[in-house]
Design a protein around this ligand. Structure first.
Ligand code: SF4
Length: 698
């Protein structure tokens, strides 16, 4: 074991030791990637690496990351989009890697997982039994008892858990039940003031992370750490973003604000215990006005602010601010932790309501924003200025910032507001999100650390340009590398585009598509993953084919997705149809998955408010909105969907795209260049023959 950091073996030697220790085979793409990651860390240059399935990319970044941590003494942060990958890293890859590298490093590599505060049990809230959400939505006695049973399960688990991590609870519990036992970062009293601070699970997780060489987290927490003025993650100068194709969507979710009767009434309930009745009543009345307005407003993007909505948002904002003022100084109860907890919760919710209402008004320009009381930089003014400044920088540095000769409001628009329809007991909800998070990522994430971004899908249309633009990176600030795939795509896979079929229409799945799917599945003997662009199409195909085919047919929603995938993987004759989560989440090597059917090019829905606003904004600033937004979205999903086919070196099969536009439209070259280099055909007879041969060989 080298005692000195200068004696550390080079990345290549560590990788060889890691691969040998894990019983794997060294692959050229993996070696190339590990070297590039090591070089990027050393030269402090951002790097984007596309590494196909089977490359072994987690080792290719973990090895140089661990070496850097050993050399610098600082942690390296690894961020993922999914819990599945977090688990794989923490439960499987990192422990084995630590065993394999221990003898070559000054100390055994330590690792830890760190999630957002709301994922951990809050001992203070549990002990105080804070009456969180005695929610008027809970009027259904069945739901009350279901939530009550979950609450009981959480309490039983709380007596035993050593981590307080919500993910330990199996089966999982609803957000509503969990909220009774958790706080957000803004609601937390802070370990110094909290009576349970010394035993706080979130603080313990942070402490463990502070001692680790590798800290595994998720994109949301990474974004919060980058945006906020206070550190959430331990000090680090290198971040590896795995599943980087998800980064922009996850960051957008973090900075999306929402306002509905529910959010306002939660603020009223929390403030109502602490301020004069009349002040809380004013907010309640504003919330009722909002409810009445949203109940009759058409869902979708709000392009111009109707006067009634502008007035109601201003009423909500001002009433929330009146409650905030009535609560008094924020640190009033510093010696009374129980009351401090209630006040902190009230401040947090009121701040959110106030700031979101203001933000929605601001989205329509300064005239709409008015000069509400909340605009004063009062000594005790609401506390979300960090997010506001983050959003400001998001808009200023976006790919299409407006120029002085801008001709339309569209050019200057920074945020988009839309109304989402109510579902069940979820009321209609107004949302606001930035048109671009590129500026924010550029300033806050890429600004003062080295970032390595990786995924099996980053080079769209053959280049990294589309995604690097969305990340806010400019030419010369980063390097792109495609290390390819160990799979022999032209020999192992066929891309079939059904050019003889009609273009997909708006009226559901065409009859000719159903016939084509039936013929392909018959030729494959089942073994089919059907990836549909809507749940409606997936269900229509399932219903139409259940009678017609004598293979088991599963449809997403019949059971939990993980259960369905298990059934699908366990029986080669079984087919599984579904939508979005299957496009990215299915990993089934072997003959159970021989055919992937894609019904149509997965463009965003025309009524998707954010995508359509982004597209229009790019067009207004002289770019090609369709290519920058819709085609990029489709290319990413198509590549992810096609990537379900080959999952191991022995796999073979067909990706069948029924939408003929993939071969005929003017943008088809961009989409085709985003897919793995399968052998291509448009001949249905050849494909069916190939499928029959594959089935016979299986
Ligand atoms: S420090 Fe915060 S999260 Fe931890 S127990 Fe106290 S209030 Fe809860």
């Amino acid at each position: 074991m080298p005692k000195d950091r200068s004696e550390l073996p080079p990345v290549e030697d560590l990788l060889t030791a890691a691969v040998t220790g894990l019983g794997g085979v060294e692959r050229p793409g993996q070696v190339k990637m590990a070297q590039a990651v090591g070089d990027a860390i050393e030269s402090e240059e951002h790097l984007a690496v596309q590494a196909g399935t089977g490359t072994g990319k987690s080792l290719a970044y973990l090895v140089p990351a661990i070496r850097h941590a050993a050399e610098s003494g600082d942690a390296v942060v690894v961020s993922t989009a999914t819990i599945a990958l977090q688990r794989q890293l923490v439960d499987r890859d990192l422990p084995r890697l630590a065993d394999a590298l221990e003898s070559l490093l000054p100390h055994r590599p330590e690792f830890a997982i760190l999630k957002g505060r709301r994922n951990y049990l809050c001992r203070h809230k549990m002990a105080a039994g804070m009456p969180e959400d005695e929610d008027d939505q809970l009027f259904d006695p069945r739901e009350v008892s279901a939530t009550g049973r979950m609450v009981q399960r959480i309490q039983d688990w709380a007596n035993e858990t050593e981590t307080g991590d919500r993910d330990e609870i199996v089966p999982g519990v609803s957000d509503q039940a969990w909220r009774q036992f958790s706080v957000t970062a803004r609601e937390c009293l802070g370990a110094q003031r909290c009576p349970s601070g010394a035993d706080c699970f979130a603080e313990l997780a942070r402490e463990r992370a502070g001692e680790a060489d590798v800290v595994v987290t998720n994109h949301a927490l990474l974004a919060i750490d980058a945006m906020e003025d206070f550190a959430v993650l331990p000090e680090h100068d290198v971040v590896v973003v795995d599943e980087a194709h998800e980064l922009v969507d996850r960051v957008t979710s973090v900075v999306t604000g929402e306002l509905s009767e529910s959010t306002v009434s939660l603020a009223v309930r929390r403030a109502g215990r602490l301020v004069e009745q009349g002040v809380a009543d004013r907010l309640q009345e504003a919330g009722e006005d909002l409810r009445a307005l949203l109940a009759v407003a058409p869902p979708g993007r709000v392009d111009t602010l109707p006067q009634s909505l502008g007035m109601t948002l201003a009423l909500v904002r001002d009433a929330a601010f009146a409650c905030i003022t009535a609560l008094g100084p924020r640190n009033k109860d510093k010696d009374d932790p129980e009351n401090a907890g209630l006040r902190k919760a009230a401040f947090t919710t009121l701040d959110e309501v106030h700031d979101t209402a203001q933000r929605m008004l601001d989205a329509f320009g300064p005239a709409a924003g008015g000069d509400g009381a909340g605009d004063d930089e009062d000594v005790d003014s609401p506390g979300s200025r960090d997010s506001a400044s983050a959003r400001d920088s998001a808009s200023s540095g976006g790919a299409n910032g407006g120029g002085t000769d801008a001709r339309s409001e569209e050019v200057h628009r920074a945020e988009v507001v839309w109304l989402e329809e109510g579902r069940g007991r979820i009321p209609p909800t107004l949302r606001v999100a930035p048109l671009s998070v590129g500026g924010m990522l550029r300033d806050k994430l890429f600004g003062d650390r080295t970032v390595v971004l990786t995924s099996a899908t980053l080079a769209l249309g053959g280049t990294f340009d589309s995604l690097s633009r969305q990340w806010g990176l400019r030419a010369g600030e980063w390097t792109g590398l495609d290390v390819g795939s160990p799979f022999d795509h032209p020999r192992r896979g066929i891309l079939y585009v059904a050019t003889h079929l009609p273009q997909p229409g708006r009226d559901g799945l065409p009859e000719a598509y159903v016939d084509e799917i039936a013929e392909l599945i018959e030729a494959a003997g089942g073994r089919t993953l059907g990836l549909f662009s809507s749940m409606r199409a997936a269900k229509a195909a399932t219903e139409a084919l259940l009678e017609r085919l004598d293979v088991p047919l599963l449809c997403q929603g019949d059971d939990s997705t993980s259960q369905l995938v298990k059934q699908f993987a366990g029986d080669p004759a079984t087919c599984l149809f579904g939508t979005l989560s299957l496009w990215q989440g299915v990993d089934v090597p072997g003959p159970s998955l021989t055919l992937v059917i894609i019904d149509r090019i997965p463009f965003p829905r025309p009524d998707d408010p954010l995508a359509s606003a982004r597209q229009r904004h790019v067009a207004a600033t002289g770019g090609n909105g369709f290519m920058a937004v819709a085609a990029t979205h489709a290319a990413l999903l198509l590549a992810q969907g096609a990537g379900r086919l080959l999952r191991s070196m022995d796999d073979r099969g067909v990706v069948a795209v029924l939408d003929p536009r993939l071969a005929t439209a003017r943008y088809s070259g961009f989409l085709l260049n985003s897919l793995p280099p399968f052998w291509r055909t448009t001949d249905p007879a050849k494909v069916r023959e190939a499928l029959r041969r594959l089935t016979a060989d299986a």
